[in-house]
Design a protein around this ligand. Structure first.
Ligand code: TYM
Length: 329
């Protein structure tokens, strides 16, 4: 069976963007592929996190994985830092990547361009650790949202370079980006990505958000003066974003939704979007509440770590032998 792997970095509460762009697809594919899903807690600390808050976010993220339908019987679910081989291969990836490549990564480049200071070295080399996450399991497919595609492409470059230098070692992974919902935009500024780091933002819906508050954010989402529900991301980015959210959650085609709301006002349309979003959140939150105080979280991570570590250690040994780090066996 082909291997699929992905991770989420819970440096805050998980968002509707994480769900639509990534998490939902992990669930969808767990029967089709050998699925490995992890919590990228090392990636979290590339930006300082309050330890108490980080712990809570990690636990919530595991509970949400399960609440959204990931099944520990079918998928290997684990914490990145529980499998120490990730960091070890990460260093080897650092040594097989170039500064020029990392400088071109848009997530990092944007932060530099915005004049953000005190960027950590960990943040800079973040894509190398991500490459290690993927390559250590010989993943065939990596389901991600649009913003992570570039990192998977870098992973392919690093893997190809390594294979050329040291001989066939890594499988070359492919990003899997959803056709609808790969980039959910902020409700308050549809020119920006919906992001968990926008604290207190009216533009972001969290999976554990109170339903009333989620509805309110959708009802006050920024739109336009066209007064026509149409899919035109260029001229009507707010409406296009709401159509995307609705379509990806309901499974209804965007054209069908557009037809249904022909001649109707934005208020009515937004209210329908809010119904769909709130129904989904309600379902997820009900499951989350059952799980969060159960032993399932610890059990899942303990089992996942053992399974993942077995695969990762075998691969790391092979890599070290190829490089010439090991001469005793
Ligand atoms: P992260 O935690 O920023 O995001 C997790 C996943 O959610 C997707 N996503 C979105 N999709 C659509 N619309 C949005 N507004 C939106 N916001 C986030 C992301 O594209 C991502 O798929 N570096 C990764 C975590 C990671 C990883 C990996 C992923 C670490 N190692 C190995 C895959 C394989 C990250 O920070 O994602």
């Amino acid at each position: 069976r082909k291997v699929m792997l992905s991770g989420i970095k819970p440096s805050g509460q998980l968002t509707l963007g994480n769900y639509i762009g990534a998490l939902r697809n992990f669930v969808k594919y767990q029967d089709e592929y050998e699925m490995l899903v992890f919590i990228a807690n090392l990636h979290c600390i590339t930006v300082y996190q309050d330890p108490k808050e980080l712990k809570k976010n990690l636990k919530d993220a595991v509970a949400l994985y399960l609440a959204c339908g990931l099944d520990p019987q079918r998928a290997t679910i684990f914490l990145q830092s529980d499998v120490k081989e990730h960091a070890q291969l990460g260093f080897i990836m650092n040594c097989n990547s170039y500064q020029g490549e990392l400088n071109r990564m848009t997530q990092y480049k944007d932060k530099v361009a915005k004049g953000e200071t005190n960027l950590t070295v960990g943040l800079y080399t973040y894509p190398c650790l991500m490459a290690a996450d993927i390559l250590i399991y010989d993943a065939d497919y990596v389901p991600v949202g649009e913003d992570q595609k570039q990192h998977v492409e870098l992973t392919r470059d690093i893997a190809n370079r390594f294979n050329n230098r040291y001989g066939e070692t890594f499988r070359i992974p492919e990003p899997v980006v959803p056709k609808v919902g790969a980039r959910i935009m902020s409700l308050s500024d549809p020119s920006k990505k919906m992001s968990k780091s926008d604290k207190g933002d009216k533009g972001c819906i969290y999976l554990l958000e109170d339903l009333k508050s989620a509805r309110k954010k959708i009802m006050s989402a920024v739109t336009d003066n066209e007064a026509c529900v149409r899919f035109d991301p260029e001229n009507q980015p707010g409406i296009a974003n709401l159509l995307t959210i609705m379509s990806s959650l309901s499974g209804e085609a965007i054209e069908t939704i557009v037809e249904r709301f022909a001649g109707k006002g934005y208020g009515e349309f937004k209210s329908a979007v809010a119904d769909v979003v709130c129904a989904e959140l309600e379902r997820i939150q009900a499951r989350y509440n059952e799980i969060i105080n159960s032993t399932l979280i610890e059990e899942t991570l303990a089992e996942g770590a053992v399974k993942a570590q077995r695969l990762a250690s075998r691969k790391l040994e092979k890599v070290q032998r190829k490089i010439g780090l090991e001469f005793r066996k």
